[in-house]
Design a protein around this ligand. Structure first.
Ligand code: ATP
Ligand code: MG
Ligand code: FE
Length: 335
């Protein structure tokens, strides 16, 4: 079964064709990230406008790269939540029109379920149940994936998402947007023990909190400024990365140990972080659990992950009618 996946929740306009939820036939990403970088973050109105401009050509190219027309596609999957609502609506309405015109079923996909499904594209043997850390620009969840379309949230951030913390710390340090990759690059030349950053206290065994950590970085920078000094950017980037990745890995591994997880999975944009991948890989192996990491090219937003999850949603009978609407928020465990 060939699923066309369409994604437009943030600054990537993306479309892909995936066979049976596993095999990527084509994958096209158009992004306004360079323009967003001028503003130090995603400007929702700019994102929406660029989606409207790019989406038609992006979907056309996904079909052309696959050597297909809509007649060859068996279903259209689209991210309908959560995300910037103006951005989400571009994808949803385009997908509705396309599916209706071509007489194909329309499959609504939750964005975070898509991030998790990115792992199915690489790990052909991965299937639920497994424990997953989804860490992205807007979310940080520790989720038990009980089945293809069944989720149980064990822990979450009580304030900032991990990617958001990376982005804000990058901005504080004068590093370019998106912050995750630029902090990781700066950290390569830094000493992770140079700055003593706090481990924020948080209620809930598997919950995380990053707002205090971010504020600690901001305070260090301001204190240095007041003394006419500057922080060492590489050292601060390395210290921050080490601290936040240790927190994420520790919480995930604690949940893995407590639930006796046999499979531990990473997902979301922050899953591209090398130090986090290393910590989770080493820790999970010590627990005797198998580790699954998404390929770097599928960590950020893309259409292939939406097509992959779309396949399983379709199998589960989760179809939308022409009244499908986009939603700015929706929990991953919605039924
Ligand atoms: P969400 O998925 O929660 O709706 P989003 O789609 O904007 O948010 P993603 O595209 O999944 O988020 O991930 C982008 C985030 O990942 C950004 O915050 C970015 O800084 C972060 N990120 C990307 N690469 C890295 C990296 N190497 N290290 C740490 N963070 C990273
Ligand atoms: Mg993005
Ligand atoms: Fe995302």
């Amino acid at each position: 079964m060939y699923v066309l996946g369409i994604e437009s929740t943030c600054d990537e306009t993306a479309a892909a064709i995936v066979e049976d939820g596993r095999k990527v036939i084509s994958n096209v990403i158009s992004t306004s990230v360079k323009e967003q970088a001028l503003y130090g973050g995603v400007v929702p109105e700019i994102a929406s406008r660029r989606h409207a401009e790019y989406i038609s050509a992006t979907v056309d190219k996904a079909l052309a790269d696959a050597g297909m027309t809509m007649a060859d596609v068996d279903a259209v999957a689209v991210t309908f939540a959560p995300g910037l609502i103006g951005a989400v609506l571009v994808g949803v309405n385009f997908a509705k029109g396309l599916a209706y015109a071509a007489g194909k079923p329309l499959v609504p996909v939750h964005h975070l379920r898509g991030h998790i499904a990115a792992n199915y594209l690489t790990h052909q043997d991965l299937k639920p149940p497994f424990l997953c850390l989804v860490a992205s620009g807007g979310h940080s969840h520790i989720v038990l994936v009980e089945d293809w379309c069944r989720y149980k949230i064990l822990g979450r951030t009580v304030d900032d998402a991990a990617g958001e913390a990376y982005d804000k710390v990058a901005r504080t340090l004068g590093l370019p947007y998106p912050g995750g990759p630029s902090v990781a690059a700066a950290a390569r030349d830094g000493n992770p023990k140079a700055y003593k950053l706090p481990v924020p206290h948080v209620d809930g065994k598997y919950n995380v909190s990053f707002s205090g950590l971010k504020t600690a970085v901001i305070n260090e920078v301001h204190n240095a400024e007041q003394k006419g000094q500057t922080v060492n950017v590489a050292d601060m980037a390395a210290s921050f990365q080490e601290r936040i990745d240790q927190i994420l890995a520790k919480k995930l591994l604690a949940a893995a140990a407590d639930t006796n997880a046999r499979q531990v999975v990473l997902a979301g944009g922050v899953a591209a972080n090398g130090r986090l991948r290393q910590l989770v890989n080493d820790g999970a192996q010590k627990l005797g659990a198998k580790v699954f990491l998404p390929e770097l090219k599928y960590c950020g937003d893309n259409g292939a992950m939406i097509a992959a999850q779309g396949y399983y949603e379709f199998q589960d009978g989760n179809l939308a009618d022409w009244s499908l609407n986009g939603l700015p928020t929706l929990p991953i465990d919605y039924r």
